[in-house]
Design a protein around this ligand. Structure first.
Ligand code: LRH
Length: 493
């Protein structure tokens, strides 16, 4: 058997990585090719993504693999959700793509509800209302009379845009499109009324394809730049969270997952969309899964809180994540709590100031040191997970017996233990590279090496070391949960 090499490009809203993977005798092996930053770049008060820089990172990773003497079978790209690039009828990009944390999106949903009311919109799409959903971004673009509006031919979501730059072929991959709030979750297709409401039609999007579809081959520009002959470009589960969920090392169906990175995405798998009064009031989302299942989940503000604080601490000196966790461990427990999802934490000028203001506004001890602030964040996250998990159990038609934590955040053993304590349930941590693994597995499927999700998950379990955390101190954690609830400010400004 010849060994096939798959190149997974996984780009989050902060950093990206390229991993090279192979699958052999029911095991996946992978190694990191490169890692690169993906900063939001502010120019004249507006934040952009640098799509050409991302393209160059992909080109460089192909070159690097080539210099190792390895032939790549295929390449697949996954990214964060909701953002997109607009193209003109000549196939050229219309400007730099806007980043979803732009403050011009504040209040965008409320303005949009004048067109289609909130409940009707939710019932049509089953998507959690968040300022930055593609629907609201496109509506804001229309409202602000952005100069490119008149010449938009196609809107491509971020992974599809990068695949197009590599292959010259345009597709709309289903999982990434499902983050847009433009799809009907039952038909898995665009909702015409929603498209019209933002001045677009189906012609403004490329045809929808499902994960595992081969889009084409790398084009002559890529061949010229890399010296590598044509490589297949595969539409993997383009939404990073969908790729991650595919790689949950679950043995059975009675689990919830937490994909932990800049965001904490907590949810369950469902065969059907769950869109009703309860999910509407809880603001749960129904995103598309890599295998056609539904990811019934909630976006929870995750490591963003720590990442932003760290940037501020680093103005004085270098502060590693290990140091932050160590300091948190030393700090006094249960001193103060925040609602990680309060709007004041979405993109504040200073995260530290915002956390301190939250605590003083709610008459709590105001955290000052790195350890105090980090402890406040980690404990509050653990309680937020408990709160969301309780709601998930109300929606699940099976008993949730364990929580799988995957993604970069799963390396934080202190938070894993806090989470197990708060939820009173076993936590299984790992793999931390779930997203890239899901990406590789989907390419392997396109190559005919693996058949379905069950086999994929067996492979993940066979190949990665998992860590178990059993609940401790449950009574104390339960008692302090009430304190968290008392200071829990709702998502209203
Ligand atoms: C996580 C993620 C999440 C989206 C957000 C914009 O990386 O894809 O699922 O909601 O980014």
């Amino acid at each position: 058997d010849i060994l096939h090499y798959f190149l997974a490009i996984d780009i989050g809203a902060g950093s990206g990585r390229a991993l090279l993977g192979t699958i052999q005798s029911e095991k996946i092996e992978f190694s990191e090719v490169t890692r690169f930053p993906n900063p939001m770049i502010e120019v004249n008060g507006f934040i952009y993504w640098d799509i050409l820089y991302l393209y160059i990172q992909i080109i460089d990773s192909i070159k690097k693999v080539k210099s190792m003497g390895i032939e790549i079978k295929s390449i697949g790209i996954d990214t964060w959700g909701v953002d997109y690039v607009c193209f003109g009828s000549d196939g050229k990009a219309l400007g730099m793509p806007s980043a979803y944390r732009n403050t011009n999106l504040r209040g965008a949903p409320e303005r949009y509800f004048g067109k289609i009311n909130k409940e009707k919109l939710y019932m049509k799409t089953g998507i959690q209302i968040m300022d930055f959903n593609t629907l609201f971004q496109l509506d804001t673009q229309l409202h602000e009379k952005t100069s490119i509006n008149r010449v938009i031919d196609k809107v491509l979501f971020m992974p599809d845009a990068l695949s197009y730059m590599l292959s010259g072929k345009m597709v709309t991959e289903y999982t990434i499109a499902s983050t847009s709030q433009l799809l009907n979750p039952y038909y898995r297709d665009f909702d015409m009324e929603l498209l019209e409401s933002v001045g677009l039609s189906k012609d403004n999007f490329a045809p929808i394809v499902y994960s595992g579809t081969i889009i084409g081959e790398t084009n002559s520009s890529v061949i010229k730049a890399t010296g590598q002959r044509g490589i297949k470009v595969v539409a993997v589960a383009g939404h990073d969270t969908a790729s991650a969920v595919l790689a949950v090392p679950a043995e059975d169906e009675n689990f919830a997952y937490l994909s932990s990175g800049t965001w904490s995405l907590m949810g369950i798998e469902s065969k059907q969309p769950v869109v009703n009064e309860v999910t509407y009031n809880l603001n749960f989302t129904n995103e598309g899964g890599a295998d056609g299942s539904i990811r019934l989940l909630k976006n929870i503000c995750g490591m963003w809180l720590i990442e932003k604080c760290r940037k501020e601490w680093e103005k004085e000196r270098q502060v590693s994540f290990d140091e932050i966790v160590e300091a948190a461990m030393q700090a006094a427990p249960y001193s103060c709590f925040i609602n990680p999802d309060a709007p004041c934490f979405a993109n504040p000028d200073s995260m530290i100031d915002s956390i301190q203001k939250y605590c003083s506004d709610t008459n709590q001890k105001v955290p000052e040191t790195i350890g105090e602030i980090a402890r406040c964040i980690y404990e509050s996250l653990a309680y937020r997970y408990k709160q969301v998990l309780q709601n998930l159990q109300k929606l699940a038609d099976f008993p949730i017996q364990k929580l799988h934590i995957i993604g970069g955040g799963s390396k934080n053993n202190m938070l894993n233990q806090f989470t197990a304590n708060a939820i009173g349930m076993q936590v299984i941590a790992g793999p931390s590279e779930a997203t890239a693994i899901g990406n590789i597995l989907m390419q392997a499927k396109a190559a005919g090496l693996v058949e379905n999700k069950i086999i994929m998950r067996d492979i993940v379990r066979n190949s990665t070391a998992l860590e178990l955390f059993n609940p401790e101190d449950v009574e104390t954690w339960d008692r302090n949960y009430n304190k968290y609830l008392e200071v829990f400010l709702e998502d209203k400004e």
